[in-house]
Design a protein around this ligand. Structure first.
Ligand code: ADP
Ligand code: MG
Length: 247
């Protein structure tokens, strides 16, 4: 089977400042990958690079053995929640229906069966009772479930989620984790940016520890070792230490 992702030596910079460098990664299909690392490590940048949302200075990216363009319909992306402006008035069901558009073609309107499928996806995340609500009225956890429903509606084969658990309630988090594992069990590939290390060993099959470059890639036992983690978090730790000493 071709790998879900094959990344070779990618570099991204913003205005001449390096954000990520020399990233190599091969990820098999049917895995849940967690991208972890300190604030500013380049986790979101890496995701955006994979989705061609930022330009890559050099290196190559293959998704399912092809280009991003060839595989666009197979890719779902849930950006960090604070990047949405949900004052924009849109009903929950319509937000999910947008997920069906990649499969619809430009001039086709959603049909009854598309609406049924969108509703079905809302059911999967336990949000069907909210289908007529405005998305701005929902809590953080409810919004995140709706965004996941939209990704599900797309029938993608690879899912990219940026910090999906930030600012959401525990039961939404548990439900989303379970859904991601169900997708994995169906052979889908899931890539999650995550900064909280506490549950990383439960949530992910593979971990990529990042701090501009790859510190370590492997299973949680290989990555969540003090001597490995220290390489990524050293500056944070020394900062805490200084605060402790001076404060
Ligand atoms: P993370 O998601 O790990 O917190 P990011 O990928 O958001 O890290 O950011 C990596 C680095 O790139 C940071 O130093 C950040 O300030 C910088 N950066 C991110 N986005 C931009 C941008 N649009 N313009 C300029 N600098 C950026
Ligand atoms: Mg980020």
């Amino acid at each position: 089977m071709v790998p879900a992702l094959k990344i070779k030596n990618i570099h991204v910079s913003y205005f001449g400042r390096t954000a990520i460098e020399a990233i190599d990664l091969t990820l098999e299909q049917g895995k849940v990958l967690g991208i972890i690392g300190p604030n500013g490590a380049g986790k979101s940048t890496l995701l955006k690079a994979l989705l061609n949302l930022v330009s890559v200075d050099k290196g190559s990216i293959e998704i399912f053995g092809g280009t991003l363009k060839e595989n666009r319909k197979r890719i779902a992306y849930v950006p960090q929640r604070n990047q949405y402006d949900w004052d924009f008035p849109i009903h929950v069901l319509d937000a999910v229906l947008i997920g069906t558009y990649p499969n619809l073609g430009i001039f086709k309107r959603p049909k009854k069966k598309d609406k049924e499928w969108a509703y079905e996806c809302l059911k999967k995340v336990g949000m069907e009772e909210f289908s007529n609500r405005q998305i701005g009225e929902l809590s953080g956890g409810q919004q995140q479930r709706v965004f996941l429903a939209r990704a599900l509606a797309q029938k993608a084969d690879i899912f990219f989620l940026d910090e999906p658990f930030v600012g959401i309630d525990v039961s939404s988090e548990e439900m989303i984790v379970k859904l991601l594992k169900d997708l994995r069990d169906q052979g889908k590939t899931v890539v999650v940016v995550h900064h909280d290390l506490s549950k990383a060993n439960e949530y992910f099959d593979e971990l990529l520890l990042l701090n501009k470059h790859v510190i370590q890639f492997g299973n949680p036992q290989q990555v969540l070792r003090p001597e490995v983690m220290r390489q990524a978090y050293e500056s944070e730790l020394s900062f805490l230490f200084e605060v402790g000493v001076n404060g």
